[in-house]
Design a binder for this molecule. Structure first.
Ligand SMILES: *Cc1c(COP(=O)(O)O)cnc(C)c1O
Length: 367
């Protein structure tokens, strides 16, 4: 059996629930979306919540609600999926990258202060691979300079720092329910906050700026970012299983840790004290000179054994055309550049079992 990087969980109950929604005739945004919002905010520990139709829309809406706009700057990491930085462009603002931490691969808070200018409006940390960024330090800086903090929690459903959940520690949290995430709704996203004004603004923004209480009363500008009840019912099923899914991811990661720690030149994921890593990805670092084989050789070997790891992400965003043309150069963010050349993510999702992990280990051992 092939071992892939991701495999969405779909059972009969999900299929039946989707059919029920279709048969009900209420197929656009309706009661299932509201139910998902209520249950997700409870899970996350935030007071308010708004569902949208993608993680990208969630980030875009969060930035809009926080008042980030044309001419503003937003400090973020270059080592993430491009949606993080693109969402900043969507509100007319400018992403200002800072380098990442060597061990966590998340935005390095110690690099943030020197990038703050009069135009800085917000910090947008990403909880990469399911490990939260250092929210305590980030919040402290934000408070000092009166900046908003928007968490990109697209990979971190139910990740924690000292029992506080991803999406509840900043001003606004943005989640993705894309098919491969820790919980999914095929496509979908959601915004969390303890600030009612932000969420009210987003509920209007996702619906062409109409008043959430009165149709054709255009109180603001907006988009069509509405989630459908068809997607919401998938999300509700997944939310019920989220802890079970995460527990399997964590168990799988532990097994990998035990197996892989014997290899010199292979660094397994670092988890700071008090953090709950939910392993959206299990990402190792290959130091070619010590390990003796390159990342590409290792991936080839795994592929030939029907195992398909992936690279998240092969390039730091400051080097892709969209942002490089903005004046960034090779060497600007040495850690992000180094790490993007060394990481690979091994299949860790809930459909992976102990013998799959043993198989991955044996292939690496043979090499
Ligand atoms: C998946 C992802 C997004 C975007 O979510 P979509 O639902 O695909 O739009 C944003 N940021 C990160 C870090 C992601 O992994």
């Amino acid at each position: 059996m092939s071992i892939y990087t991701a495999k969405p969980y779909i059972d009969d109950k999900i299929c039946n629930d989707v059919v029920s929604v279709l048969k009900s005739g209420m197929i656009a945004q309706g009661p299932k979306v509201r139910e998902l919002e209520e249950k997700f905010s409870k899970k996350c520990g935030t007071k308010y919540c708004a569902a949208v139709n993608s993680g990208t829309a969630a980030l875009h809406s969060a930035l809009y609600a926080a008042g980030v706009g044309s001419g503003d700057e937003v400090i973020t990491t270059p080592f993430t999926f491009v949606a993080t930085a693109n969402s900043i462009l969507m509100v007319g603002a400018k992403p200002v990258f800072v380098d990442i931490d060597k061990k966590t691969f998340n935005l390095n808070p110690d690099e943030v202060e020197k990038k703050i200018t009069d135009k800085t409006k917000a910090i947008l940390p990403v909880h990469l691979y399911g490990l939260m960024a250092d929210m305590e330090k980030i919040n402290k800086i934000a408070k000092k300079y009166n900046l908003k903090v928007i968490e990109d929690a697209a990979q971190a459903h139910s990740a924690e720092i000292d029992k506080k959940k991803a999406g509840s520690m900043g001003d606004i949290g943005a989640f993705s329910f894309y098919a491969t995430k820790n919980m999914m709704s095929a496509e979908g996203g959601l915004v969390t906050s303890n600030n009612q004004d932000y969420i009210e603004k987003i509920k209007s923004f996702r619906h062409h700026g109409q008043s959430p209480n009165k149709r054709y009363n255009y109180i603001d500008f907006g988009y069509n970012f509405r989630m459908t009840d068809i997607h919401a019912v998938i999300g509700l099923n997944q939310l019920e299983k989220l802890e079970e899914f995460n527990a399997i991811r964590i168990r799988n990661a532990k097994l990998y840790d035990e197996y892989l720690n014997e290899f010199e030149g292979v660094t397994t994921p670092y988890v700071p004290q008090g953090y709950r890593h939910v392993y959206h990805q299990y990402t190792i670092k290959i130091d070619y000179k010590v390990f003796g084989y390159s990342r590409a050789e290792l991936i080839n070997k795994l592929n030939s054994n029907d195992i398909y790891p992936a690279i998240f992400y092969p390039q730091s965003l400051h080097l892709i055309p969209t942002f490089k043309n903005d004046g960034y150069n090779d060497g600007d963010f040495p850690i992000a550049e180094e790490i993007s050349g060394k990481v690979m993510s091994l299949p860790v999702h809930p459909a992976i079992n102990e013998s799959d992990i043993e198989k991955v280990y044996k292939v690496i051992k043979k090499i």
